[in-house]
Write a protein that binds this ligand. Structure first.
Ligand SMILES: [Zn+2]
Ligand SMILES: [Zn+2]
Length: 378
């Protein structure tokens, strides 16, 4: 937003440098802080006038003003040929709150506390079944000695002498611009405008202390990796015993040796000897919650084929039911054979060749051996 620099000084757009200086001097006499001690509004007017004069006496800046712009508007980025001389930018930032200066006046001694974040690791078994986990938290809690007052004897804080309760102090610097007024946080009260004369020895007047404590967090079944659980008002207690923020527990799941999670589904690989794959078999295995599962390997099961166990996956967090469990079959072919097994397999091959010879017959036997022969190369 462009400031009305002409309006601040009360001059027209055709004002000469002399007119501008004259108008400024008039306003300066009227609003100078020495003339108006403690008058915040006057001080503000004085600052504005100083800046307006500076801008309008600079031909380059005045040109920008005349074009409808604001040479001091920092949101527009770097200004060509702008604040060349000696860090004026910082002074102007002070004037117009370029750094986002908040509302004037002292800070409240009681401040809301901040949220806290904590990370924890769980096993896939815990994510599957849900778990109550004890976590150790290090956050600021309410000082139990002063209950947040910050005072050793319960006395109310007194107004800071240095800033008169304003929380900030002003200083006037004389420079070639005229008098430049700057505000700083009061060093005596750190901006609170009041002082606790006899601070609580336990918290040093802060109203809160760091404390390690154990909390139990309820991790629901089906929680996803990286999800956060919010624990209301378990975060940091604020300055002066202000209300605590929330605590977020970010849950990470460790990788599992056997099961792999994909959304609500689980995957695993089952190794099946080739004979079992050919003839069919049953494989029993232990699920994540310790229950026994039986996998039905159908005769003629192919490598890479998967068996679906409906509803044996992870619990769904926001919906009813569970995902599926997919068992991917890895058919194992023996890498070395003893003499007896070799002989047996040779017999199977001969039989297989014989069956192939009468292949046209399409007997049940033939198809079984075809599969064996083609899939497993025996
Ligand atoms: Zn205390
Ligand atoms: Zn103070």
């Amino acid at each position: 937003m462009a400031l009305d620099y002409y309006g601040i000084l009360g001059v027209g757009k055709d004002a000469s440098d002399q007119d501008i200086k004259k108008a400024y001097r008039k306003l300066a006499r009227k609003y100078h802080p020495d003339v108006n001690p403690g008058d915040e509004e006057a001080a503000e007017k004085f600052r504005e006038a100083s800046v307006a004069q500076e801008v309008l006496l600079d031909p380059q800046k005045r040109q920008i003003v005349d074009a409808g712009g604001d040479p001091l508007d920092r949101s527009q980025g770097g200004m060509p040929g702008g604040f060349g001389g000696g860090g004026l930018g910082d002074i102007f930032a002070e004037f117009f709150g370029g750094g986002g200066a908040g509302p004037r006046g002292p800070k409240s001694r009681v401040q809301p506390g901040q949220d806290a974040l904590l990370r924890t690791r769980i096993t896939l078994e815990d994510a599957f079944a849900g778990v109550k986990k004890t976590i150790t938290v290090d956050t600021a809690v309410l000082c139990e000695r002063c209950h947040g007052d910050g005072s050793a004897n319960g006395e109310k804080p007194v107004t800071c002498q240095q800033c008169g309760g304003a929380g900030e102090v002003q200083s006037v610097q004389r420079s070639f611009l005229g008098n430049v007024m700057t505000s700083h946080q009061c060093p005596n009260c750190r901006g609170y405008g009041e002082i606790i004369q006899d601070p609580c020895s336990h918290c040093g007047g802060d109203g809160r202390v760091k404390k390690r404590r154990d909390l139990t967090v309820n991790i629901p079944a089906g929680i996803g990796d990286g999800m956060r659980i919010r624990m209301g008002s378990q975060g940091e207690v604020g300055h002066g015993g202000g209300p605590a923020g929330d605590l977020y527990v970010e849950v990470h799941t460790q990788a599992h040796k056997i099961f792999e999670r994909e959304g609500d589904d689980l995957h695993l690989t089952v190794r099946v000897p080739m004979v079992d794959a050919a003839l069919g078999s049953k494989v029993s295995m232990t699920h994540l919650d310790g229950s026994e599962l039986e996998l039905e390997i159908a005769p003629g099961t192919q490598p890479g084929q998967s068996i679906t166990l409906q509803g044996q996956g992870m619990a769904r967090l926001r919906r009813e039911g569970r995902g599926n469990l997919y068992a991917h079959v890895d058919v194992q072919v023996p890498t070395s054979l003893d003499r007896k097994t070799r002989e047996l397999l040779e017999q199977v091959r001969e039989r297989s060749d014989a069956v192939t010879a009468i292949h046209d017959g399409q007997t049940e036997e033939a198809s079984v051996f075809d599969r064996l022969r083609n899939r497993f190369r025996i």
